[in-house]
Design a protein around this ligand. Structure first.
Ligand code: TYM
Length: 347
């Protein structure tokens, strides 16, 4: 089995997909499809590591909404693979094997678990703790080489690399004996690029834009209409100074930096170019331009998401077809893993 270059990434169906998800992840998903074979996964197994507030119906709605967002952003489901994780049982199966490779000490360092579990750690689910191993399995079951994500997923990707490396070392003799050379899993490369790898809250430039922020004004949702987008940008926190002409001038100005990053990512330009254009301008003028740009880019996506989510039959057919194609790859990896580890299987 030769290693083929392949892209994998996932998005949780937990509601409120926002501009951070779009600029930090989806925009890069779309770009990468021009040069790679890609798998984009709605990670529903991850979504149940914390309680789903509206229950099973809400989970189903959210799965369809993320699928719609993938397609509306420009991912072609005929050329690439779009699917939901729970339809490919090999993700959970490989997780078990990798649970026996990963070390407790590695997981204890995961900052996202600490943040999500909060003070009541004893009451967090085992799934929430094991979340990063499932994430490693998601990537490694396709032996993916490139993983586009936002900055917040960097630590999880480093862990995926450590797990891959340890599996390759622990089973090196068996890997060679089964004809896979000196390594079975490639070490996945994080792809964290663009001017908006960490989009911040519109209310507080030191906090990440997030699905779970209680204030809806902190984020632009992908389903927001033009009026909501305009209002949220006009109310976004800023400082009294005009915009600087160079990037250095943004260093101590978190809110200004965030809005310039958002503009740059939406316009597909570097921040330096945005500052060339707006350096010296007041925020009121800059915000009007940002509203126009954001509405022009995001409104068609919101409209397409609405159209797609109304067509459950089509969305579900995309997921079923994608899962069949994903499974063909995943089962091949899992068969090889079983041979490497020493399990007996039907041939
Ligand atoms: P999730 O669902 O929280 O977020 C999906 C993607 O959006 C990015 N993102 C952001 N980027 C920039 N600024 C922000 N404020 C922002 N908020 C979110 C995330 O970095 C991510 O790329 N654990 C993952 C899902 C996952 C996964 C995987 C990703 C499961 N298995 C395997 C890659 C590979 C998560 O919770 O993403």
């Amino acid at each position: 089995m030769a290693i083929i270059e392949r892209v994998f990434s996932g998005v949780q169906p937990t509601g409120n997909l926002h501009l951070g998800n779009y600029l930090g992840a989806l925009v890069n998903f779309v770009k990468l499809q021009a040069t790679y074979n890609c798998l984009y996964c709605v990670v529903d197994l991850h979504a149940i590591t914390v309680p789903v507030p509206g229950g099973p119906d809400e989970l189903r709605r959210n799965i369809r909404e993320v699928t719609a967002a993938f397609i509306a952003s420009g991912i072609d489901p005929r050329k690439q693979i779009i699917f939901n994780q729970s339809q490919v049982p090999e993700h959970a199966e490989l997780t078990w094997v990798l649970n026996c490779v990963a070390r407790l000490g590695w997981l204890n360092r995961m900052t996202q678990f600490k943040e999500k579990a909060g003070k009541d750690r004893e009451n967090a689910s085992i799934g929430l703790y094991d979340y990063p191993v499932l994430m490693a399995a998601d990537i490694l079951v396709y032996r993916a080489t490139h993983v586009p994500v936002g900055e917040d997923q960097k630590q999880h990707l480093e862990l995926s690399r450590d797990i891959a490396q340890k599996f390759n070392n622990d089973f090196s003799e068996s890997i060679a004996a089964h004809g896979h050379g000196d390594k079975f899993f490639p070490l996945p490369e994080p792809v964290i690029t663009g001017p908006a790898t960490r989009v911040m809250s519109l209310r507080d430039g030191t906090k990440k834009m997030s699905k779970s922020d209680p204030s809806d004004y902190s984020r632009i949702n992908l389903t927001d209409d033009a009026d909501a987008i305009a209002q949220k940008i006009r109310k976004a926190k800023t400082d009294p100074e005009p915009l600087p002409s160079e990037e250095k001038g943004l260093e101590t100005r978190a809110e200004a930096d965030n809005l310039v990053g958002i503009y740059a990512a939406l316009a597909g330009k570097p921040k330096s170019e945005v500052l060339c254009e707006f350096g010296g301008a007041q925020f009121s003028g800059f915000k009007s331009n940002l509203v126009d740009l954001a509405v022009a880019k995001l409104s068609p996506i919101a409209a397409e998401m609405k159209r797609l989510t109304a067509d459950e039959g089509y969305v579900d057919s995309v997921l079923i077809d994608g899962a069949d194609r994903a499974r063909a790859i995943a089962s091949e990896t899992m068969d090889a893993v079983k041979d490497i580890v020493g399990f007996i299987r039907k041939r």
